[in-house]
Design a protein around this ligand. Structure first.
Ligand code: TXA
Ligand code: MG
Length: 323
């Protein structure tokens, strides 16, 4: 049984804290996507996350803190430049990979010498962590290799029965996973693109940020097959979608953002053309189309440009073609 906990209800928030303190798994809202949380100081609780998700145990987890000062409890030799990013972007969708303190459990880091740290910007989650003095290890709250959830309903659909509770904090404001930045003493490398771009980071740094297309670091989110709905996803040109409007095929759902005169409404979902609003609704729209049991989902190829980089990244991992 998975308890549904309403974040607006103080008793439910208490219950979420009590469950986590008792070593149980509770899905929690963040501004990016919902996380599947366990008390980061309890290795047994953390190891249960892997079983619930069906995720290989060598995949490291992000540790969520509720203040900037806590970074030094979990990480050592923090590069001075990294502090500027913490001050500029926390709380927010930026995860820093730092050298871990020796006492941090290998269960969290997958045996790596680094730890991923993030202070999330969801007021409810921050209150929960602060009131209960909790630091939370949490991957996205989806079964392994499936789409990340941006609502509590999606978490229930994917993880219901496998976890103790879901704290409903409403739809996620950002909608896509955090930017992951490897912070070395004299270099910064983006390992997973996200809402905070290299350009935005560089405004606070005296050097360039690396953002390689491919890299060999252990970032499961960097696996080619990832973030996949059940239907096959294809990236299509606007022309191909317009053509589809004239000659619709059964079993195909479309996700578009260009203005067009729609006819087969149940086969279409429209996203805003603004990248912030598009990002917010992107996963939720794929989830929604997936519940309509289409065999294929055609996604109109988004615009180019740095504000769309992370969306392109997730879309190309979800798709079976490359636009
Ligand atoms: O926005 C987010 O980052 C969300 C919310 C819940 O905070 N979390 C999230 O977690 O997306 P997850 O586990 O689905 O993706 C985190 C990625 C994984 O690909 C993992 O391999 C990588 O971060 N990661 C975590 N710690 C790492 C480390 N020490 N070294 C290399 N990669 C690490
Ligand atoms: Mg994930």
């Amino acid at each position: 049984m998975t308890e549904w906990l309403n974040g607006q209800n103080p008793h439910h928030l208490q219950r979420a804290g009590a469950l986590l303190k008792a070593g149980k798994l509770v899905a929690v809202p963040t501004e990016t996507v919902y996380g599947l949380a366990a008390d980061a100081t309890n290795p047994q609780a953390v190891s249960n996350i892997f079983a619930a998700k069906g995720r290989p145990s060598n995949h490291p987890l992000i540790t969520h803190v509720s203040s900037i000062e806590q970074v030094w409890q979990w990480a050592s030799n923090v590069p001075p430049w990294a502090e500027r990013l913490l001050n500029a972007f926390w709380p927010g969708p930026l995860t820093l990979l730092l050298e871990k303190q020796s006492q941090v459990s290998d269960v969290i880091t997958g045996g790596l010498p680094t730890i991923g740290l993030r202070m999330p910007a969801h007021p409810l989650l921050l209150k929960l962590m602060q009131d209960f003095e909790l630091t939370l290890a949490a991957p996205s709250a989806n079964p392994y290799q499936k789409l990340s959830p941006t609502t509590a309903d999606q978490v229930m659909a994917g993880m219901g029965g496998k976890i103790s509770g879901i704290l409903d904090g409403g739809p996620c404001a950002v909608g896509l996973e955090s930017t992951i930045l490897l912070a070395r003493m004299d270099s910064a490398t983006i390992l997973r693109r996200g809402p905070i771009t290299a350009k935005a980071l560089e405004e606070h740094l005296p050097f360039k940020v690396q953002s390689p297309e491919m890299h060999s670091y252990e970032v499961s989110g960097n696996k080619k097959v990832h973030y996949r709905p059940n239907a096959k996803v294809f990236i299509k040109t606007t022309e191909a979608i317009l053509d589809f409007l004239d000659r619709p095929k059964p079993g195909v759902g479309c996700l578009v953002y260009s203005p067009m005169r729609l006819k087969q409404y149940h086969q279409f979902l429209t996203l805003p053309a603004d990248p912030i609003k598009y990002r917010r609704a992107f996963y939720a729209s794929l989830h929604e189309l997936d519940t309509r049991d289409f065999l294929e989902i055609w996604v109109e190829q988004p615009p180019l440009g740095s504000e769309w980089e992370d969306i392109w990244d997730r879309l190309s991992r979800a798709a079976v073609n490359l636009g």
